[in-house]
Write a protein that binds this ligand. Structure first.
Ligand SMILES: Nc1ncnc2c1ncn2[C@@H]1O[C@H](COP(=O)(O)OP(=O)(O)OP(=O)(O)O)[C@@H](O)[C@H]1O
Ligand SMILES: O=C(O)[C@H](O)[C@@H](O)[C@H](O)[C@H](O)CO
Length: 157
């Protein structure tokens, strides 16, 4: 979880590969209307995210054997909705600063997310630090290191 550009897809894929778990890309489940909004530089609202989170909860519940799901999960209420669907759910929080996120979002290739929205991602973000089963990591660390940190955490508990 984390803001746009924090590396959810990149780190999620590496962890899924290392742990032999399926990967579900949360962004694939946004409605066409939500994608159009984001492409146009309009932030999503709680209402826009409600159905999306419900579907992601169903995805988690459908993968009882374990799954890596990428999801911004910016607000505590969003995370609670996912936890309710999948008790014991763990969150890896990819922490990144505004300037670094901005840099990543504006330099990556074709992607529906408008770089103009990075500020709104930070305005919406409620840190999960202090919530149960949360690992916060430095999103700027090398990918292999991030994957190893996450794997070690998963196996330690
Ligand atoms: N640990 C890392 N080190 C260097 N570059 C990274 C790292 N993680 C991600 N990146 C790069 O940062 C950019 C954003 O990564 P990514 O698309 O995975 O983030 P995301 O926005 O959180 O995911 P998505 O929008 O697809 O849900 C990409 O260009 C990616 O290659
Ligand atoms: O809740 C949201 O506002 C969205 O899920 C975004 O965070 C993006 O879809 C994603 O990060 C794209 O890069």
């Amino acid at each position: 979880m984390g803001v746009a550009g924090c590396g959810k897809s990149t780190v999620g894929a590496a962890v899924a590969r290392a742990e032999h778990l399926p990967l579900v890309e949360g962004d694939d489940f946004h409605s066409a209307a939500s994608r159009a909004k984001m492409a146009g530089g309009v932030p999503l609202t709680d209402g826009d995210r409600a159905d999306w989170l419900r579907v992601l909860g169903e995805q988690l519940a459908a993968h009882g054997e374990g799954v890596v799901l990428t999801c911004s999960a910016l607000k505590r209420a969003y995370r609670e909705q996912l936890r309710a669907a999948a008790p014991g759910l763990r969150f890896v929080f990819l922490e990144i600063g505004r300037e670094d996120a901005q840099k990543r979002v504006s330099t990556r290739g074709a992607h529906f997310f408008s770089a103009a929205l990075v500020d709104s991602q930070f305005a919406t973000l409620e840190s999960p630090v202090g919530e149960p089963l949360v690992l916060a990591v430095d999103a700027l660390a090398p990918l292999a290191e991030l994957q190893q940190q996450v794997s070690a955490w998963l196996h330690a508990a």
